[in-house]
Design a protein around this ligand. Structure first.
Ligand SMILES: Nc1nc2c(ncn2[C@@H]2O[C@H](COP(=O)(O)OP(=O)(O)O)[C@@H](O)[C@H]2O)c(=O)[nH]1
Ligand SMILES: [Mg+2]
Length: 203
């Protein structure tokens, strides 16, 4: 697999785009490492790793053109949704999360056609804090909408090996779903994450 091209576009959260492109929505607490993970995946510094809250009614779309095999080129959209659970500016940011994220998934749930794959979700959870109520709530919110969620434990480089295994099992138990641990810093797990994203695109 080779990344041919990446670019960043902005889209109104509620825009029910008709493109026949696989969308991978990234959801997670503020500071969970979402921007860092996007940059590590696309191997470019396109996502800003700052704490400044973005525009409230739009989502950033990272369009990635991939050569999956010699004769197979695909575009995948990585959707950067607002972070939740920010300590400061609480209520306002919680509202932005619910509004933008709600608008995004509502628009994506519009009448589907065969050309338009259902969005997939990467739910990012900080491996150093795997048992936060806000993350459980977010997982339930996503699961209640029938979305296919892959839980991605971030910053795995901060944990010793044995601890990583323990955290992975913890997350598997609490989500009842698939879990992958990654590090944007060391690159651990990125190949496996790309594999998961691309195999989804192939459905
Ligand atoms: N050790 C470590 N720190 C990370 C990693 N990814 C992000 N961080 C740090 O976590 C903080 C928040 O990262 P950022 O990507 O901006 O998070 P976002 O708010 O979810 O977009 C920054 O200080 C990053 O340097 C990682 O894989 N390992
Ligand atoms: Mg960010």
């Amino acid at each position: 697999m080779k990344i041919l091209e990446t670019d960043l576009v902005s889209r109104a959260a509620g825009d029910p785009t008709r493109a026949a492109t696989t969308e991978i929505a990234l959801v997670g607490r503020s500071n969970v490492g979402k921007s860092s993970l996007i940059n590590a995946l696309i191997r470019r510094k396109l996502a800003r790793t700052s704490r400044a809250p973005g525009k409230t009614d739009r989502v950033n779309v990272y369009r990635v053109r991939l050569a999956i095999a010699a004769n197979r080129i695909e575009t995948i959209n990585l959707i950067d949704l607002p972070g939740y659970g920010y300590a400061r500016g609480g209520a306002k940011r919680a509202e932005a999360f619910a509004e933008v994220t709600g608008a995004y998934f509502a628009a994506q749930a519009e009448p589907r056609d065969a050309e338009r794959p259902a969005p997939r979700v990467l739910h990012l959870v900080d491996t150093r804090h795997p048992e936060l109520d806000v993350d459980r709530d977010a997982h339930r919110w996503l699961a209640d909408r029938g979305l296919a969620v892959l839980t991605v434990g971030t910053k795995a480089d901060t944990l010793p090996r044995a601890e990583r295994t323990r955290v992975a099992h913890l997350l598997e138990a609490s989500t009842g779903g698939a879990v992958l641990l990654v590090s944007a810093k060391s690159g651990d797990g990125l190949k496996e994450l790309w594999r998961a994203i691309v195999s989804d695109a192939a459905r």
